[in-house]
Design a protein around this ligand. Structure first.
Ligand code: EIS
Length: 209
């Protein structure tokens, strides 16, 4: 579990503002984490998340002072883009990225909680389905929902996934699960906060892809 634990998300400050730079830095390791599920099959998902991150980073770097927190990005873009907002810029990238992050959050939480199909305890399908329902299903049309099923059936076994997360170290499953739980503390708080910001600013869109 070296990978995830080495790149914890930051503890949120009292005002619950998510600072853009450390957020992007922590997110930049997520694509490697997705590799643990299978580098080839999950490549389009990795590309999707990387694309969102690149877009948010470009906006941030154009004026790091102005875009210090994620909420400031949304506020500035709302001002700047008028009626096109929120389907524009880093706001749109973050709207989709947060759904991918929620997927990862619910998936890892479900694995850490030991939720499993008793008939096939080493499969991750139950965990994937739960994560998909909680994050993306609503925003996917028929084609994407079927694509998701195909990907899910090709997901690795749980033991192989945990082994791959522990890169290069011999750790017991339970030890790995404990590290996932620790990782989830700040990660979940961050994802929940981003959802709150979108809800507060009425920035979420319901359209399907
Ligand atoms: C957005 O994508 C762009 O992100 C955004 C902008 O272009 C906007 C315009 O409408 O579209 O079409 C994308 C959508 N994103 C919308 C889908 C790409 C994914 C391709 C792979 C399809 C597989 C089916 C879904 C499978 C779900 C996972 C199931 C796994 C069993 C621990 C696991 C980690 C997996 C994390 C999963 C995250 C998936 C994220 C998908 C998000 C999505 O649906 S912009 O681009 O603004 O940056 O330019």
């Amino acid at each position: 579990m070296a990978l995830l634990m080495d790149h914890q998300f930051r503890l949120l400050p009292a005002d619950k503002q998510v600072e853009t730079r450390p957020f992007l830095e922590a997110c930049s390791y997520l694509p490697f984490f997705i590799d643990c599920l299978g580098p080839t099959l999950f490549a389009p998902i990795k590309a999707e998340i990387t694309g969102n991150l690149t877009k948010i980073k470009a906006v941030y770097e154009s004026n790091p002072g102005k875009y210090k927190t994620l909420q400031q990005i949304l506020e500035a873009e709302k001002e700047q883009h008028g009626s096109q907002w929120p389907r524009v810029g880093a706001t749109l990238a973050l709207m989709w990225l947060k759904r991918g992050l929620r997927f990862i959050q619910v998936f890892l939480q479900s694995v850490a909680d030991g939720e499993r199909d008793e008939a096939n305890p080493n499969l991750l399908r139950v965990n994937f389905s739960k994560a998909y329902d909680a994050s993306l299903r609503k925003y996917h049309g028929w084609l994407m929902q079927n694509l998701h099923k195909a990907i899910m059936y090709a997901a690795p076994y749980k033991t192989d996934f945990l082994k791959s997360l522990s890169k290069g170290r011999e750790v017991k499953d339970e030890e790995c699960l404990e590290k996932i739980r620790k990782f989830l503390n700040n990660f979940s708080a961050t994802v929940d906060t981003i959802y709150e910001v979108f809800s507060k600013m009425n920035a979420d869109l319901e359209y399907k892809v």
